[in-house]
Design a protein around this ligand. Structure first.
Ligand code: GMT
Length: 375
């Protein structure tokens, strides 16, 4: 099958899921055409069956706001026609789904049809979707897509609540690829972060307000009162400066490492003992799943789709948003003694297994097959 995969090329979860899905499909013999404005971060080196088409926006001086969506729609039409694409799979409602609808209409003028699969990832619904200026376009794009998927039951529920959706949304959860976690922990790296073998608490995100990075630091401060440990913060974004400031204010800077953006989050996760994700909203929490996939238990909030990923008492603990004491207690429980810690590690690994790519990929393939047979 020939699939055009449209996504954001950045570190965000939606781009990561789209890229990994495309790579997994290509390794099973499908032809994948990525359409986006930059090489997707997780694309890696050349692989057979993978093509990348760059969307370039003109910097014509008349444009105060470069018309990305229009150029994207044109690129979709061009790629679909030139490569005889069977399915257009767009990740993230804005502007990808709306551009896909434009492309579909253009092709319909030429008596040709392209089935559209739209995957909703979270912030396109829970943050942008709440902005009334986007609402009509998002509703339209969802309703005109041939199939709509959401990455969790919670996101499906939120989408139905916020928009006038006239179709069934299918839940296809995010996944991890076992081949990507087959790396050794870097002991030198671990030693740099925790020279005396202290447990390492880790957080990975885009440091946006929704991630509540300050809560991570407050939880760490609380845990430190009982147990020597280290904090590893991975990623970058608007709240990084204030997080660094908070660490200095609390005198924690010698025990906290800000790593910045990394291409492969598995490397810091391999040296981590507990992962902390205190988000205010999270449709799924891909970072939590990646931690679980390498046996790192997760302390998360009970927001959004997180309870569908993190299983209370098995792969970690869930707390109310902002409940620092409860989250610190969760960390302390996991790190109580070697036996408890290793029990948690193995039950965490077990909980992650249902999100292996081999269980999730057939769900997307069924959707594609159904749409192409209808076509
Ligand atoms: O978390 C972010 O801010 C990035 C965002 C994105 O669009 O890439 O992540 C969303 O999609 C991920 C992949 O499906 C989910 O795992 C994240 O939970 C979701 N983020 C939020 O809902 C805040």
């Amino acid at each position: 099958m020939k699939i055009a995969m449209v996504c954001y090329p950045t570190f965000g979860g939606s781009g990561v899921v789209a890229t990994e899905l495309g790579k997994a499909l290509a390794s099973r013999g499908h032809e994948i055409h990525f359409i986006t404005y930059n090489t997707p971060v997780r694309l890696g080196s050349f692989k057979s069956g993978i093509f990348y088409h760059e969307v370039r926006v003109s910097d014509y001086p008349l444009f105060d706001y470069p018309p990305y969506e229009l150029v994207l729609a044109s690129k979709m039409v061009e790629v679909i026609k030139d490569h005889d694409i069977d399915i257009l799979h767009v990740h993230y409602a804005i502007p990808h789904a709306s551009a896909a609808i434009t492309a579909k209409k253009i092709l319909a003028e030429e008596e040709s049809d392209i089935p559209i699969v739209t995957t909703l990832h979270g912030t396109d619904i829970t943050l942008l979707g709440k902005d009334v200026s986007f609402e009509p376009v998002i509703s339209y794009a969802i309703n005109k897509s041939d199939t709509v998927t959401a990455v969790s039951e919670d996101l499906k529920k939120e989408t139905n609540k916020l928009f006038g959706v006239n179709k069934k949304i299918e839940v296809v959860p995010n996944f991890f690829c076992p081949s990507h976690i087959e790396i050794e922990a870097d002991e030198e790296f671990r030693k740099c972060i925790a020279p005396n073998s202290e447990p390492i608490l880790t957080h990975i995100s885009n440091f946006r307000p929704v991630k509540r990075v300050k809560d991570v630091i407050l939880v760490f401060e609380q845990v430190l009162k009982q147990k020597e440990c280290r904090l590893l913060l991975v990623g970058d974004g608007p709240d990084r400066a204030s997080a660094e400031h908070l660490c200095r204010e609390k005198g924690l800077e010698s025990k906290v490492t800000f790593l910045g953006k990394v291409k492969n989050p598995i490397e810091p996760l391999m040296i981590s003992d507990v992962f902390i994700l205190p988000s205010e909203s999270e449709s799924f929490g891909l970072a939590a799943l990646e931690a679980m996939a390498v046996g790192v238990p997760v302390i998360a909030t009970n927001a959004g789709g997180l309870p569908e990923v993190v299983i209370e008492g098995k792969s970690g603990f869930l707390s109310d948003i902002g409940d620092i004491n409860s989250m610190a207690y969760g960390v302390q429980t996991i790190l109580k003694d070697d036996h408890t810690f290793s029990e948690f590690k193995s039950s965490t690994l077990e909980c992650a297994q249902r999100f292996r790519i081999d269980s999730v990929l057939p769900k997307y393939l069924n959707i594609y097959n159904q749409l192409t047979s209808e076509k």
